[in-house]
Ligand binder design. Sequence first.
Ligand code: FE
Ligand code: ZN
Ligand code: FE
Length: 186
Amino acid sequence: MEANSLRELLIGELRDLYDAEHQIIKALPKMISKVSSDELKNALDEHLEITRQQAERLEQIFENMGEKAKAQKCKGIEGVIKEGSELLQEVDDEDVRDAAIIASAQKVEHYEMAAYGTVRTWASLLGEEESAQLLEQTLNEEKEADQKLTEIAEAINVEAGEGEVEEEQPRSRRGSKSGTRSRRAA
Ligand code: FE
Ligand code: ZN
Ligand code: FE
């Protein structure tokens, strides 16, 4: 889309986000099906529900601005999701897999936080106050999801690491970084 004004740029970014939210709605159930921790599973289930509301909120924003709710392929989030699913395929250990899922989910949240922060500010600059407030609401939800994941990661990353350093005989190195292990052996 060619954008010659801030308004056109904003509409383009909103269409990108509209697609991004739908990609996330499609990808999250696959991710959740691979989670072992109940706490992580609940957090992602909850965020999936919130994500559906965020997609609807974008429809409300398009309506506010007198624009059609159209999606424009978000290559950024497509790459982030693809990288995450590739990472999971390499991991056998369930704690390590949960750590990988958190890492990839947090990349998604940070991508969204950057994008929603920008469109919130642009909407506000253009006098679209109602839309700016809705975008701020989504931005805050993404931040909350990110913080929740950081909290869960504190426990899970420790367990994922412990599995490695306490093992007497390394059975399999697949999916683990040799650095942690060799530190103990040294
Ligand atoms: Fe979202
Ligand atoms: Zn994008
Ligand atoms: Fe999100």
